[in-house]
Design a protein around this ligand. Sequence first.
Ligand code: ADP
Ligand code: MG
Length: 477
Amino acid sequence: MQEQDSERKAEELWQRAIALLRDIMTTDEERSQMERYLPMFTYHGIEGNEYVVGLADQFQVDWVTPKLALPLERALHASGMPREMHMKFSVKQMAENMSVPTPSPVLAQNKPKKTVRQSSGLSREFPSTMPLHENYTFENFVCGPSNSFAHAAATAVAKSPGKTSYNPLFIYGGTGLGKTHLMEAIGHYVLKHSPSASVCFITSETFLNEYVNNLMNKSLTAFRERYRKVDVLLLDDVQFIAGKEQIQEEFFNTFNELTLRHKQVVMTSDVAPKNLNGIEERLIGRFQQGMVVEIESPSYETRLAILKSKAQSSQKIIPEEILKYIAENIRSHVRAIEGALSRIVTFMDMNGNMPLTIEIAQHLLKDSIEEEKIIKDLSINDIMQTVAKFYGVSIADIVSSQRTQTLVTPRQLAMFLSCKLTTKSLPEIGKAFGKTHATVYHGSQTIQKRLDVEPALKKAMEEITSLLGRKPSDVLD
Ligand code: ADP
Ligand code: MG
């Protein structure tokens, strides 16, 4: 009886603490973090002097708790938890035992070459899945600060598809940074551990084409039925459905069906959901309901680690000096790094006996490195010039101290773009503008916020970005 009473009290304490936590989070950033993460926590029980809060899996322990542990413990104390008590996180038992969804007919198989194509006899029953690339596995994915969050989320999903709250898992980031690789790795993992699971990997473009074909053949019902049988839907490059309303409707319904049945949906896109122009709000809302993770450009160390791993699988002995040279000079994305490495490997294949020197490597990679320079090396001055020209003002105006709105916007936009498109630090940018680093920071933040609510400013930013030879996705996050 007494035990029941203390359980009830502990539960009430939990409810109070949660309510309090909602009140004490003041900034938008804190609130949005809390809205996203708090539903993952549940009251678990009391163990001695510890108030145990349950989490579903190790991913949450590693990534979610550092963000909310301290405020949550404070809220518990403020809600009446005795001072000598502490909060502890614990992974719920069931998470460990969770496995892949109920067996259903095989779609993609472990041997990718044999996966179902439309021409196969199975295609009438199952959605066409594209073959998974053999090498796009977790084992071949090199982790670094730029992708470890996405990697951790992908691993959690692969271990318990449809059973975590990361449904859908939305992976976004620039081109060639490993989104498709990571998504396919989930597919490989699920199939390896549960060969009878139905995994469908498809680009949004193929999804669209298939929809249109079925629409013309008046076989939409069958099309829908097929997608409902999927355990894991891996949908690549969802930005492709922007502006195509009918398919969005179809996708919205498929999506709801699958998530309602606890089937896993994973998507990739080149921009964050909120920056997907031409996609309905309600769909964007759905995309954000699970877990949204970004893959960023890899750091030097990660680039080098990727190179070493790829060099090893090419079974060539490439001098460290040359790998470092590539990692230093090819910085834009992983696909470009692979391209550079494959040039070296081809050269080695063709000139078996000739030792590979740094001079030869420099020569072989000259073009790629030139391209990189064009991609990466924008100067602050280039940015100021382009922004000034766009707004019909002068560079002198931009660096002046005049605070009229006609100058403040171009000035802050130039600061924002300098932060996003150059590798310069805040103090360096400040110096170029004749301002402090705090002013640059404030200016950039202001633009970042305005971009979300001012379509005209966003359009101007997109045009300027394109004048600078960049894509909006290089700037937006
Ligand atoms: P995206 O879909 O983001 O455009 P991909 O997944 O196609 O990029 O990746 C491009 C190439 O780079 C692929 O060959 C992929 O294997 C490789 N790659 C990207 N990131 C990594 C990584 N972290 N470790 C190993 N290979 C990677
Ligand atoms: Mg891709």
